[in-house]
Design a protein around this ligand. Structure first.
Ligand code: GLC
Length: 755
């Protein structure tokens, strides 16, 4: 520990040290020693929620700030560069408001589209989440504001979020839920990580040994400050020993000091543990003080950037007969209250006071011939007068643009949705408009997927998500073709809720929720189950067309690259999102068919061609092994796919890669009396040993031969047998023989591992 730090710690009393363990509302503790200043935290991922009054009970009484689109929106941009800029813009704004650490990004995966806070998270895919959140963190911290990556981990629901125990097998936890955090921690290096409210496998995240100690501190070598979510600390001594540094907020003052004295006297923690816990906060405080400077920013420029983010995030889901873009001279009816009173952000701790809120109705007037506006509903209710007015207006127009979605009360931090429907009043309005006009375009404002039983009654659907304060102009520019839509879904839109993989296990019971769908969430499930969806992961239409050619696969020193040529074959400039998926040709139990392993977003003028080289994510070719708690290269044939969505695949090619899975060459792979023959014989060397050994055990040899047959029934008859089972049927096979064979194979594996 640095010398100055040691000298400082020597000057601190236990009371001083205890005080440094807790943050009081938004500030850490300031001490009159060595100028140990406090630092200020504030939410949130889409704007700076800085309370006007220090302890203001009204969490919405905040200073004006740029309200950027929701995370579910900006994740749909699939644009790493844009996310870097977004982080930088937020970092500047935070710094100008005296905020030292911004409590974001939130990277929890969307296990179910019902999650009340899904608007604040990126995706159902950990790779897309990790890539984009890493850029956001780098941009934020380049501006001198710390990031606080949250909520670590498996905070995938709001129902009983402060107590629920998420029961997740280790493979699913590591290959899916923690993967969304891994690159943001290792590459983004956030100044802070926020421990989630919930339990994971029986331990609260704020003191969870596997999460904090094994994964974050030892596995990922995270050196920053771990802070709890509000009131999320439970067993402080365990937390301190496992990597927790700060309670937000926690007990303070005398009560906390007494607690720490008790823990010290009881020997549950030592003063050295206490010093280690607070030293990270002290070091961060000193870093912040060293970088403190007054900055300012151009509000109008930031507002326009918020519009740019929205423009790149909006997803054109449907565009039959090119009903979009609208022509300037077309008579357009604008219908739906959200056109004039936009739904532009989520509810809860991320909610901010927008600097300048612009709506679509006013913006559209600048681009085309709007013959009128009808509210059609108020929030989630309507009446005959509203419906009649809307129907009449629609009847006079060439096309009707219908603004529908989820009123703020329908989705928020703190509670989950119970269905995926938009309000019945919105559907009733659509039905009435349909009677008067068949040229309907729906613009949706919602933080998460909705069911669309009405989809066949409309020609166009624009998913605007929660587009932030400048969403109105962004929507209007896309409607009128001033901007070519380039958003692609970062989550699947299912046809009905009952189709979703967590349907029977969300949000769980009073005490626990079982992630029994394992890794098969989102497209991982629908792709595996061959289940039809409304709109697939990665889907997004454009006003132009793109031609792909020149596909190539390359392997260089263990890395896999895809090369592809993309041409803008249409008349309008625009972005294209190229997606690469990888899947093992071998059918593996409860494993996805393919996963996103690479993507890029490129701009092309009409006629332009871009030669892209995408390096594929190594994790797509590895598997996590709970026996050794480690990641291993996977063996054999992988199918690489290039496409415009997980379903719209344009090219595939197989590639041989990786080491044995898992096998002798896998770090620490060992067998025992319960290892089944099927897992052993896929390694030729091990098979050879078994053949030799079973030469004197004919019954066992028979099962070994069965396990190698082509007929799946025979294969399973043999392959499922373990030494324990064989002993029951082959009385020549004694315990001593079994021990010797296991020892011989494990010795061989050990030699391989050391090789
Ligand atoms: C909330 C949220 C967290 C937020 C914190 C401070 O409970 O879970 O995301 O940063 O409290 O508002």
């Amino acid at each position: 520990m640095e010398k100055i730090l040691e000298q400082l710690l020597e000057q601190l009393t236990i009371e001083d040290k205890a005080a440094l363990l807790s943050q009081i509302v938004w500030e850490t503790t300031e001490l009159p020693i060595n100028e140990l200043k406090n630092f200020l935290l504030a939410d949130g991922p889409s704007g700076i929620r800085r309370l006007k009054e220090y302890f203001d009970e009204d969490i919405y009484n905040t200073l004006p700030t740029t309200c950027y689109p929701s995370a579910s929106a900006y994740a749909s941009s699939w644009n790493r560069r844009l996310l870097r800029q977004l982080g930088n813009h937020l970092g500047l704004e935070a710094k100008s408001m005296g905020v030292d650490v911004l409590l974001g990004p939130g990277v929890n995966l969307k296990r179910s589209p019902l999650g009340g806070r899904n608007f604040e998270y990126y995706s159902e895919d950990p790779y897309l989440t990790g890539e984009l959140a890493t850029e956001y963190i780098l941009g934020l911290q380049e501006a001198g504001t710390g990031a606080c990556l949250k909520h670590f981990a498996a905070n995938n629901q709001e129902t009983r979020r402060m107590t629920i125990n998420a029961v997740i097998d280790e493979v699913t936890l590591c290959e899916l839920y923690l993967r969304a955090f891994e690159k943001p921690v290792k590459v983004g290096k956030p100044w802070m990580v926020m421990a989630a409210y919930n339990q994971v496998n029986g331990e609260y995240c704020a003191e969870n040994e596997f999460l904090l100690s094994d994964i974050l501190r030892k596995g990922w070598e995270y050196k920053g400050v771990v802070v709890t979510d509000c009131f999320a600390a439970h067993d402080l001594s365990k937390g301190i020993l496992r990597g927790l540094n700060l309670q937000m907020p926690g007990e303070t003052g005398q009560r906390l000091a007494e607690r720490i004295h008790e823990l010290l006297q009881a020997g549950e923690i030592t003063e050295n543990d206490l010093d280690n816990a607070i030293s990270k906060t002290i070091l961060l405080s000193e870093k912040i003080q060293a970088e403190k400077k007054q900055v300012d920013f151009d509000r109008e420029r930031h507002h326009r950037f918020a519009e740019q983010v929205a423009e790149e995030s909006i997803v054109l889901l449907k565009n039959d007969n090119s009903v979009l873009p609208l022509c300037q001279e077309e008579c357009i009816a604008v219908i739906g209250e959200m056109a004039a009173a936009p739904r532009f952000q989520g509810g809860g701790s991320s909610h901010v006071n927008p600097w300048k809120l612009e709506n679509a109705l006013e913006a559209m007037k600048g681009y085309g011939h709007i013959i009128g506006y009808a509210a059609g509903y108020h929030e989630d209710s309507t009446d005959e007068a509203l419906l009649k007015e809307a129907e009449s207006l629609a009847g006079k127009a060439d096309k009707a643009v219908l603004f529908l979605g989820l009123p703020e009360i329908y989705e928020s931090e703190g509670y989950d949705r119970t269905d995926l429907a938009i309000p019945a009043a919105h559907i009733e309005l659509l039905e009435r408009v349909y009677l008067a006009n068949r040229e309907i375009i729906v613009v949706l404002s919602n933080g998460a997927p909705v069911e669309m039983p009405w989809i066949d009654k409309v020609k166009g659907v624009l998913e605007a998500y929660l587009p932030g304060e400048a969403g109105g102009p962004a929507i209007s520019k896309i409607l009128y073709g001033q901007v070519n839509p380039s958003g692609h879904l970062a989550e699947t839109f299912p046809i009905v809720l009952a189709d979703t993989p967590a349907y029977l296990n969300f949000p769980g019971g009073m005490k626990e929720v079982c992630y029994s769908e394992g890794e098969l969430i989102g497209y991982r499930y629908y792709d595996k189950a061959g289940k039809k969806v409304r709109f697939p992961f990665g889907h997004g239409l454009s006003y132009t067309t793109f031609a792909y050619s020149g596909f190539q696969l390359e392997q260089k020193s263990g890395d896999i690259y895809v090369k592809v040529s993309v041409q803008n074959a249409g008349q309008m400039a625009g972005y294209e999102v190229v997606q690469v998926y990888a899947g093992t040709a071998r059918e593996r139990y409860r494993k996805p068919v393919k996963v996103l392993a690479g993507f890029d977003k490129v701009w092309m003028e009409p006629g332009d061609t871009r030669e892209l080289t995408l390096e594929l994510d190594k994790k797509a070719f590895q598997s996590y092994h709970p026996e050794t708690h480690s990641w291993e290269n996977s063996c054999g044939i992988y199918t690489i796919s290039v496409g415009r969505s997980v379903e719209e695949i344009l090219w595939t090619q197989d590639v041989e890669t990786g080491l044995e899975f898992p096998g002798p060459k896998s770090q620490g792979w060992q067998i025992d009396a319960h290892t089944c023959l099927g897992d052993m014989i896929c390694h030729s060397d091990v098979l050879e040993i078994l053949r030799e050994e079973f030469a004197s055990h004919p019954k066992s040899l028979q099962f070994l031969e069965l396990a190698q047959m082509d007929n799946p029934l025979q294969t399973s008859m043999g392959g499922l047998m373990s030494f324990q089972n064989l002993k029951r049927t082959d009385d020549t096979l004694k315990d001593g023989d079994i021990r010797r064979i296991i020892e011989k194979i494990n010795q061989y594996c050990h030699v391989c591992t050391c090789a």
